[in-house]
Design a protein around this ligand. Structure first.
Ligand SMILES: Cc1cc2nc3c(=O)[nH]c(=O)nc-3n(C[C@H](O)[C@H](O)[C@H](O)COP(=O)(O)OP(=O)(O)OC[C@H]3O[C@@H](n4cnc5c(N)ncnc54)[C@H](O)[C@@H]3O)c2cc1C
Length: 391
């Protein structure tokens, strides 16, 4: 077994590194979760796209470079190493797109993917509702058949839609079979946010950024399947949306949303911070040194685990429910990593921007993409095969 990179992969890394070194903004952009910051991030997305870097692993016809998954991992390592801007297109490119590749029709792939990689269409995720978060199968938003018009009429409310106020489209689950319960009778819809009957209301997070939106749907018309993609459509079969949505969550929890490069780069910065500050010969410093060492090792372990994951995917095995293990691991690692930085900075952490903001955001990791309690239930039942609680 050869665990090194091939010559082609090393050459790819060098190209990516040179381009990033020449192009990453020297000053960090303002948060992409504000209107002004989002606009600046879009400029950056356009530059990435012009170089084929916005979705490197996609075929060139959809705006990518046809890179392998291994090269994608390299790209991600270099991206985070260079401190490049956050990806405000992530919900489309990293979550929805793999599902369109798997469940979409040719017409949907041809229409949506190039517009997604070029950041012309910006997607937000419409799963959660006011009374359905962890219990996603409890959604009440519905789609009623409009036979005469050849489509569906959507009504209901979605909430916690990340960057919804700045996006152009929403993907989400709606109940298409009124007599169904729980996971059955749901369908996966693609909906333009400027459709008639749609209201998007942004709201602020605890840190003040307008990172969330509530989306209200009042009799919004969406045409059948891929009959008119510009007006939206359905992805996958009618009433089979749960299975399609699980493919999206596998991407969100597993490989694509949080690649190891993100945590390796943060761990390397933490080690650097530790070197700059130096450590006293006391018990507190010893604890901090232990924590820094632990998170650095954990970031490397996550990287090695991911290599085995990618091997499986390349050989045709989907991670499926095992992606819940990734999600628990990366979200807890992120909290521990930032906590170690705050311990190192001491009272100064109060005024240090990047680490303290990073820490605040890391606290949401165990909640978004499905809470870690829910992931542990999934691991217990579907990975370990334990009996369901209460049965
Ligand atoms: C930063 C961030 C971004 C988000 N972005 C989006 C987005 O773009 N689109 C979207 O649709 N949603 C988004 N969400 C919402 C997220 O998916 C939900 O917050 C999450 O699924 C939990 O749902 P809830 O908030 O309703 O909490 P609840 O479901 O009410 O859970 C409350 C608590 O009870 C626990 N709990 C609930 N059920 C069980 C159980 N069966 N066993 C054990 N414990 C349980 C939970 O783990 C949690 O600790 C985002 C959330 C955050 C924090």
């Amino acid at each position: 077994m050869d665990l090194g990179w091939s010559d082609d992969e090393s050459a790819f890394r060098n190209d990516v590194r040179s381009w990033l070194e020449a192009n990453v903004p020297t000053e960090p952009l303002p948060s992409g979760d504000t209107a002004d910051g989002f606009a600046l991030h879009l400029d950056w997305e356009h530059r990435l796209h012009a170089e084929g870097y916005s979705a490197v692993s996609w075929p060139a016809e959809f705006g990518g470079r046809g890179a392998s998954l291994w090269q994608w991992l390299i790209f991600e390592e270099e991206y985070y190493r260079a401190g490049a801007p956050q990806r405000v297109t992530q919900n489309g490119i990293f979550l929805l797109a793999p599902t369109i590749f798997e469940f979409g029709t040719d017409a949907q792939r041809q229409y949506y993917l190039p517009r997604m990689s070029s950041a012309e269409d910006l997607w937000c995720q419409g799963w959660s509702e006011p009374n359905a978060g962890s219990d996603l199968a409890g959604i009440t938003s519905k789609a009623t058949r409009d036979e005469a018009a050849g489509g569906w009429r959507l009504s209901g409310q979605k909430t916690w839609t990340t960057r919804g106020a700045f996006c152009t489209h929403l993907f989400g689950l709606f109940r298409t079979d009124p007599d169904s319960e729980r996971h059955r009778g749901l369908t996966y819809f693609l909906v333009p946010l400027d459709a008639e009957g749609m209201t998007v209301r942004g709201f602020g997070r605890l840190d003040g950024d307008e990172g969330f939106a509530e989306v209200f749907l009042d009799d919004v018309f969406v045409p059948d399947g891929d009959s008119d993609p510009a007006r939206g459509g359905t992805l996958g079969d009618i009433d089979q949306g749960w299975g399609v949505a699980m493919a999206t969550t596998t991407s969100e929890r597993g490989l694509t949303l949080r690649s190891p490069g993100r945590f390796q780069a943060a761990a390397a910065r933490l080690v650097e911070l530790c070197r700059e500050r130096g450590l006293e010969a006391d018990a507190v410093s010893e604890l901090v040194a232990d924590a820094v060492t632990r998170v650095w090792i954990a970031a490397e372990a996550y990287s090695l685990y991911t290599l085995s994951d990618v091997t499986g995917i390349v050989e045709g095995r989907s991670p499926g429910a095992k992606s819940s293990l990734n999600k628990i691991f990366w979200s807890e690692l992120d909290v521990e990593l930032h906590r170690a930085a705050l311990d190192l900075l001491g009272p100064e952490a109060e005024v240090d921007g990047p680490w303290s903001r990073g820490w605040q955001f890391s606290l949401s990791g165990p909640i978004y993409a499905g809470t870690n309690e829910i992931q542990r239930n999934i691991v217990a039942e579907r990975v370990l095969g334990l009996p369901r609680i209460g049965r």
